[in-house]
Design a binder for this molecule. Structure first.
Ligand code: ASP
Length: 321
Protein backbone atom coordinates (compact mmCIF):
# COMPACT_ATOMS: atom_id res chain seq x y z
CA UNK A 1 0.00 0.00 0.00
CA UNK A 2 1.20 3.50 -0.82
CA UNK A 3 1.98 5.84 2.06
CA UNK A 4 -0.78 8.13 3.30
CA UNK A 5 -0.15 11.40 5.07
CA UNK A 6 -2.08 14.23 6.71
CA UNK A 7 -1.08 17.55 8.21
CA UNK A 8 -3.17 20.47 9.41
CA UNK A 9 -2.69 24.01 10.65
CA UNK A 10 -4.85 26.40 12.65
CA UNK A 11 -2.97 29.63 11.93
CA UNK A 12 0.36 31.11 12.93
CA UNK A 13 1.33 34.11 15.04
CA UNK A 14 2.97 35.35 18.21
CA UNK A 15 0.32 33.50 20.21
CA UNK A 16 1.45 34.73 23.62
CA UNK A 17 0.59 32.29 26.40
CA UNK A 18 -1.58 34.95 27.97
CA UNK A 19 -3.65 35.40 24.80
CA UNK A 20 -5.69 32.36 25.80
CA UNK A 21 -6.70 30.95 29.18
CA UNK A 22 -5.24 27.50 29.95
CA UNK A 23 -8.55 25.75 29.29
CA UNK A 24 -8.73 27.48 25.89
CA UNK A 25 -5.28 26.19 24.93
CA UNK A 26 -6.37 22.70 25.95
CA UNK A 27 -9.61 22.99 23.99
CA UNK A 28 -7.82 24.33 20.89
CA UNK A 29 -5.34 21.45 20.95
CA UNK A 30 -8.16 18.97 21.44
CA UNK A 31 -9.94 20.41 18.39
CA UNK A 32 -6.74 20.05 16.35
CA UNK A 33 -6.76 16.42 17.47
CA UNK A 34 -10.38 15.98 16.39
CA UNK A 35 -9.53 17.50 13.03
CA UNK A 36 -6.66 15.04 12.54
CA UNK A 37 -8.87 12.14 13.58
CA UNK A 38 -11.57 13.18 11.11
CA UNK A 39 -9.12 13.41 8.21
CA UNK A 40 -7.21 10.28 9.14
CA UNK A 41 -10.40 8.22 9.45
CA UNK A 42 -11.11 9.03 5.79
CA UNK A 43 -7.61 8.03 4.67
CA UNK A 44 -7.45 4.78 6.65
CA UNK A 45 -10.83 3.75 5.23
CA UNK A 46 -9.29 4.09 1.77
CA UNK A 47 -10.97 7.44 1.15
CA UNK A 48 -9.63 10.26 -0.99
CA UNK A 49 -7.24 13.01 0.01
CA UNK A 50 -9.95 15.49 -1.00
CA UNK A 51 -12.45 13.99 1.44
CA UNK A 52 -9.76 13.90 4.12
CA UNK A 53 -8.78 17.57 3.86
CA UNK A 54 -12.41 18.65 3.70
CA UNK A 55 -13.29 16.60 6.80
CA UNK A 56 -10.29 17.96 8.71
CA UNK A 57 -11.07 21.58 7.81
CA UNK A 58 -14.77 21.26 8.69
CA UNK A 59 -13.82 20.36 12.28
CA UNK A 60 -11.70 23.50 12.59
CA UNK A 61 -14.37 25.67 10.92
CA UNK A 62 -16.85 24.44 13.52
CA UNK A 63 -14.44 25.15 16.38
CA UNK A 64 -14.59 28.64 17.97
CA UNK A 65 -10.83 28.51 18.57
CA UNK A 66 -9.73 29.16 15.00
CA UNK A 67 -10.29 31.99 12.54
CA UNK A 68 -12.54 30.17 10.07
CA UNK A 69 -16.27 29.42 10.10
CA UNK A 70 -17.61 29.79 13.67
CA UNK A 71 -15.13 32.11 15.37
CA UNK A 72 -14.00 33.90 12.20
CA UNK A 73 -12.50 37.39 12.34
CA UNK A 74 -14.65 40.50 11.82
CA UNK A 75 -13.86 43.05 9.13
CA UNK A 76 -13.78 46.81 9.64
CA UNK A 77 -17.57 47.00 9.27
CA UNK A 78 -18.02 44.38 12.00
CA UNK A 79 -18.99 41.75 9.44
CA UNK A 80 -17.65 38.33 8.46
CA UNK A 81 -16.45 37.74 4.93
CA UNK A 82 -15.18 34.19 4.60
CA UNK A 83 -12.74 32.70 2.10
CA UNK A 84 -11.99 29.03 1.38
CA UNK A 85 -10.44 26.85 -1.32
CA UNK A 86 -9.83 23.21 -2.08
CA UNK A 87 -7.68 21.58 -4.76
CA UNK A 88 -7.29 18.07 -6.13
CA UNK A 89 -3.72 17.29 -7.17
CA UNK A 90 -4.80 14.48 -9.50
CA UNK A 91 -6.34 16.69 -12.18
CA UNK A 92 -5.72 20.20 -10.80
CA UNK A 93 -9.45 20.60 -10.25
CA UNK A 94 -10.05 23.42 -7.78
CA UNK A 95 -12.87 25.38 -6.23
CA UNK A 96 -13.05 28.40 -4.00
CA UNK A 97 -15.45 30.83 -2.42
CA UNK A 98 -14.63 34.34 -1.31
CA UNK A 99 -16.48 37.03 0.65
CA UNK A 100 -19.05 34.44 1.75
CA UNK A 101 -21.33 35.58 4.60
CA UNK A 102 -23.81 32.83 5.26
CA UNK A 103 -22.21 29.48 4.42
CA UNK A 104 -21.72 27.53 7.63
CA UNK A 105 -18.77 25.55 6.21
CA UNK A 106 -17.13 27.52 3.40
CA UNK A 107 -14.82 24.60 2.60
CA UNK A 108 -17.85 22.50 1.66
CA UNK A 109 -18.94 25.26 -0.70
CA UNK A 110 -15.47 25.40 -2.25
CA UNK A 111 -15.73 21.66 -2.85
CA UNK A 112 -19.17 22.08 -4.41
CA UNK A 113 -17.82 24.80 -6.72
CA UNK A 114 -15.06 22.43 -7.78
CA UNK A 115 -17.48 19.56 -8.39
CA UNK A 116 -19.79 21.77 -10.47
CA UNK A 117 -16.90 22.20 -12.93
CA UNK A 118 -18.05 25.56 -14.19
CA UNK A 119 -16.14 28.16 -12.20
CA UNK A 120 -13.05 27.93 -10.01
CA UNK A 121 -14.02 30.91 -7.83
CA UNK A 122 -17.37 32.28 -6.76
CA UNK A 123 -17.65 35.41 -4.65
CA UNK A 124 -20.03 37.32 -2.39
CA UNK A 125 -23.79 36.83 -2.55
CA UNK A 126 -23.38 34.52 -5.58
CA UNK A 127 -21.23 32.19 -3.47
CA UNK A 128 -23.86 32.16 -0.71
CA UNK A 129 -26.63 31.52 -3.24
CA UNK A 130 -24.64 28.76 -4.92
CA UNK A 131 -24.06 27.05 -1.57
CA UNK A 132 -27.76 27.27 -0.70
CA UNK A 133 -28.61 25.80 -4.10
CA UNK A 134 -26.14 22.98 -3.49
CA UNK A 135 -28.03 22.11 -0.31
CA UNK A 136 -25.32 23.23 2.11
CA UNK A 137 -26.07 24.61 5.58
CA UNK A 138 -26.85 28.33 5.47
CA UNK A 139 -26.68 30.31 8.72
CA UNK A 140 -27.27 33.83 9.99
CA UNK A 141 -24.01 35.82 9.91
CA UNK A 142 -24.20 36.05 13.73
CA UNK A 143 -23.47 32.29 13.87
CA UNK A 144 -19.83 33.08 13.07
CA UNK A 145 -19.42 35.73 15.79
CA UNK A 146 -17.76 34.95 19.10
CA UNK A 147 -17.15 37.31 22.04
CA UNK A 148 -13.44 36.98 21.48
CA UNK A 149 -13.68 38.29 17.91
CA UNK A 150 -15.89 41.19 18.96
CA UNK A 151 -13.33 42.14 21.62
CA UNK A 152 -10.52 41.72 19.07
CA UNK A 153 -12.22 44.13 16.66
CA UNK A 154 -12.64 46.76 19.40
CA UNK A 155 -9.00 46.30 20.37
CA UNK A 156 -7.85 46.67 16.76
CA UNK A 157 -9.94 49.82 16.32
CA UNK A 158 -8.34 51.25 19.48
CA UNK A 159 -4.88 50.34 18.16
CA UNK A 160 -5.76 51.95 14.82
CA UNK A 161 -6.92 55.17 16.51
CA UNK A 162 -3.76 55.26 18.63
CA UNK A 163 -1.50 54.40 15.67
CA UNK A 164 -0.32 51.18 17.35
CA UNK A 165 -1.90 48.58 15.04
CA UNK A 166 1.47 46.89 14.52
CA UNK A 167 1.62 46.16 18.26
CA UNK A 168 -1.72 44.33 18.36
CA UNK A 169 -1.32 40.72 19.41
CA UNK A 170 -1.57 38.08 16.70
CA UNK A 171 -4.54 36.56 18.47
CA UNK A 172 -6.34 39.85 17.90
CA UNK A 173 -5.27 39.96 14.29
CA UNK A 174 -5.54 36.83 12.21
CA UNK A 175 -5.31 33.05 11.74
CA UNK A 176 -6.57 30.53 9.19
CA UNK A 177 -7.11 26.79 9.05
CA UNK A 178 -5.88 24.31 6.49
CA UNK A 179 -5.14 20.69 5.71
CA UNK A 180 -3.01 18.76 3.22
CA UNK A 181 -3.17 15.04 2.53
CA UNK A 182 -1.82 12.19 0.43
CA UNK A 183 -4.13 9.23 -0.10
CA UNK A 184 -3.36 5.60 -0.85
CA UNK A 185 -3.97 6.18 -4.58
CA UNK A 186 -1.11 8.70 -4.58
CA UNK A 187 -3.36 11.74 -4.89
CA UNK A 188 -2.53 14.96 -3.08
CA UNK A 189 -5.08 17.54 -1.93
CA UNK A 190 -5.07 20.85 -0.09
CA UNK A 191 -7.81 22.84 1.64
CA UNK A 192 -7.75 26.23 3.38
CA UNK A 193 -10.46 28.29 5.10
CA UNK A 194 -10.27 31.68 6.82
CA UNK A 195 -12.00 34.76 8.13
CA UNK A 196 -8.99 36.79 6.95
CA UNK A 197 -7.81 39.19 9.63
CA UNK A 198 -9.50 41.39 12.19
CA UNK A 199 -10.45 44.85 10.95
CA UNK A 200 -9.63 43.96 7.33
CA UNK A 201 -11.17 46.27 4.74
CA UNK A 202 -14.67 45.28 3.61
CA UNK A 203 -14.37 43.33 0.36
CA UNK A 204 -10.75 42.39 0.92
CA UNK A 205 -9.83 38.96 -0.45
CA UNK A 206 -6.88 37.09 1.01
CA UNK A 207 -4.61 34.36 -0.29
CA UNK A 208 -6.55 31.37 1.02
CA UNK A 209 -9.08 31.20 -1.85
CA UNK A 210 -6.48 32.07 -4.50
CA UNK A 211 -5.24 28.88 -6.11
CA UNK A 212 -1.43 28.90 -6.11
CA UNK A 213 -1.18 31.51 -3.33
CA UNK A 214 -2.59 30.05 -0.09
CA UNK A 215 -3.73 26.72 -1.49
CA UNK A 216 -2.23 24.37 -4.08
CA UNK A 217 -1.89 20.66 -4.87
CA UNK A 218 -0.30 18.79 -7.75
CA UNK A 219 0.19 15.04 -7.87
CA UNK A 220 3.80 13.93 -8.01
CA UNK A 221 4.91 17.17 -6.34
CA UNK A 222 3.19 18.52 -3.21
CA UNK A 223 0.11 19.97 -1.54
CA UNK A 224 0.36 23.23 0.40
CA UNK A 225 -1.91 25.27 2.70
CA UNK A 226 -0.64 28.60 4.02
CA UNK A 227 -1.33 31.04 6.83
CA UNK A 228 -0.04 34.58 7.28
CA UNK A 229 -0.44 38.02 5.76
CA UNK A 230 -2.28 36.96 2.61
CA UNK A 231 -1.25 39.92 0.47
CA UNK A 232 2.33 38.63 0.43
CA UNK A 233 1.29 35.03 -0.19
CA UNK A 234 -0.53 36.29 -3.27
CA UNK A 235 2.38 38.39 -4.46
CA UNK A 236 4.83 35.50 -4.08
CA UNK A 237 2.33 32.87 -5.29
CA UNK A 238 3.66 30.99 -2.26
CA UNK A 239 2.03 27.59 -2.61
CA UNK A 240 2.75 27.33 -6.33
CA UNK A 241 6.28 28.64 -5.78
CA UNK A 242 7.01 25.72 -3.45
CA UNK A 243 5.73 23.24 -6.05
CA UNK A 244 7.81 24.99 -8.73
CA UNK A 245 11.01 24.88 -6.67
CA UNK A 246 10.50 21.16 -6.19
CA UNK A 247 9.57 20.46 -9.82
CA UNK A 248 12.15 22.66 -11.52
CA UNK A 249 15.04 22.72 -9.06
CA UNK A 250 14.56 19.27 -7.63
CA UNK A 251 14.48 20.64 -4.10
CA UNK A 252 13.07 18.60 -1.25
CA UNK A 253 9.70 19.58 0.17
CA UNK A 254 11.34 20.78 3.36
CA UNK A 255 13.96 22.91 1.58
CA UNK A 256 11.49 24.46 -0.85
CA UNK A 257 8.96 25.35 1.86
CA UNK A 258 11.62 26.64 4.22
CA UNK A 259 13.19 28.86 1.55
CA UNK A 260 9.90 30.50 0.71
CA UNK A 261 8.92 31.14 4.34
CA UNK A 262 12.34 32.04 5.74
CA UNK A 263 13.98 33.73 2.75
CA UNK A 264 11.50 34.97 0.13
CA UNK A 265 9.03 36.38 2.67
CA UNK A 266 11.68 37.65 5.11
CA UNK A 267 12.07 41.17 3.65
CA UNK A 268 8.36 41.79 4.24
CA UNK A 269 8.64 41.17 7.99
CA UNK A 270 5.28 39.41 8.16
CA UNK A 271 4.07 36.38 10.08
CA UNK A 272 3.90 33.36 7.78
CA UNK A 273 3.59 29.60 7.99
CA UNK A 274 2.25 26.62 6.10
CA UNK A 275 1.79 22.89 6.10
CA UNK A 276 2.80 20.83 3.09
CA UNK A 277 2.93 17.17 2.14
CA UNK A 278 5.00 15.64 -0.64
CA UNK A 279 4.19 12.88 -3.11
CA UNK A 280 6.30 10.51 -0.97
CA UNK A 281 4.34 11.35 2.19
CA UNK A 282 6.94 13.75 3.61
CA UNK A 283 5.45 16.46 5.80
CA UNK A 284 6.78 19.91 6.64
CA UNK A 285 5.31 22.75 8.69
CA UNK A 286 7.63 25.79 8.68
CA UNK A 287 6.64 29.10 10.29
CA UNK A 288 8.50 32.29 11.15
CA UNK A 289 6.37 33.33 14.13
CA UNK A 290 6.52 32.22 17.77
CA UNK A 291 3.91 29.61 17.15
CA UNK A 292 1.55 27.93 14.73
CA UNK A 293 -1.36 25.67 15.60
CA UNK A 294 -0.53 22.47 13.75
CA UNK A 295 -0.87 18.72 13.74
CA UNK A 296 0.28 15.72 11.75
CA UNK A 297 0.04 11.95 11.66
CA UNK A 298 2.96 9.54 11.43
CA UNK A 299 2.63 6.63 8.97
CA UNK A 300 1.69 4.20 11.76
CA UNK A 301 -1.17 6.49 12.84
CA UNK A 302 0.39 8.28 15.83
CA UNK A 303 -0.95 11.83 15.96
CA UNK A 304 0.77 14.96 17.21
CA UNK A 305 -0.48 18.49 17.82
CA UNK A 306 1.40 21.65 18.78
CA UNK A 307 1.05 25.40 19.08
CA UNK A 308 4.64 26.33 19.99
CA UNK A 309 7.86 24.29 20.19
CA UNK A 310 6.37 21.72 22.55
CA UNK A 311 4.76 18.84 20.67
CA UNK A 312 1.94 16.78 22.22
CA UNK A 313 1.20 13.15 21.45
CA UNK A 314 -2.56 13.07 20.97
CA UNK A 315 -2.79 9.77 22.84
CA UNK A 316 -1.61 11.43 26.06
CA UNK A 317 -3.22 14.84 25.56
CA UNK A 318 -5.56 16.07 28.30
CA UNK A 319 -9.08 16.32 26.90
CA UNK A 320 -11.20 19.35 27.83
CA UNK A 321 -13.44 18.88 30.85
N1 ASP B 1 -3.87 34.18 5.18
C1 ASP B 1 -5.04 34.75 5.77
C2 ASP B 1 -5.48 35.92 4.96
O1 ASP B 1 -4.65 36.74 4.63
C3 ASP B 1 -4.87 35.17 7.18
C4 ASP B 1 -3.99 34.32 8.04
O2 ASP B 1 -3.67 33.19 7.72
O3 ASP B 1 -3.63 34.77 9.14
O4 ASP B 1 -6.64 36.05 4.72
Amino acid sequence: MNPTALAIHGGCGVMARLDLAEDEWIAARADLGRSLEAGWAVLTAGGSALDAVEAAVVVMEDSPHFNAGHGAALNTDGEHELDAAIMNGADLAAGSVTLARRIRNPIRAARAVMEAQEAVMLGGPAADAFAAGAGLDIVEPSYFTTERRVAALSAMKRHQAAGTAAKASEAEKHGTVGAVALDSAGTLAAATSTGGYTNKPAGRIGDSPIIGAGTYARNGVCAVSGTGKGEYFIRHAVAHEIASRMAYLGESLEDAASKVIHQDLKPHDIGAGLVAVGADGAITAPYNTDGMFRGWVLPGGRMFVASHAEVFDLATLPRPR
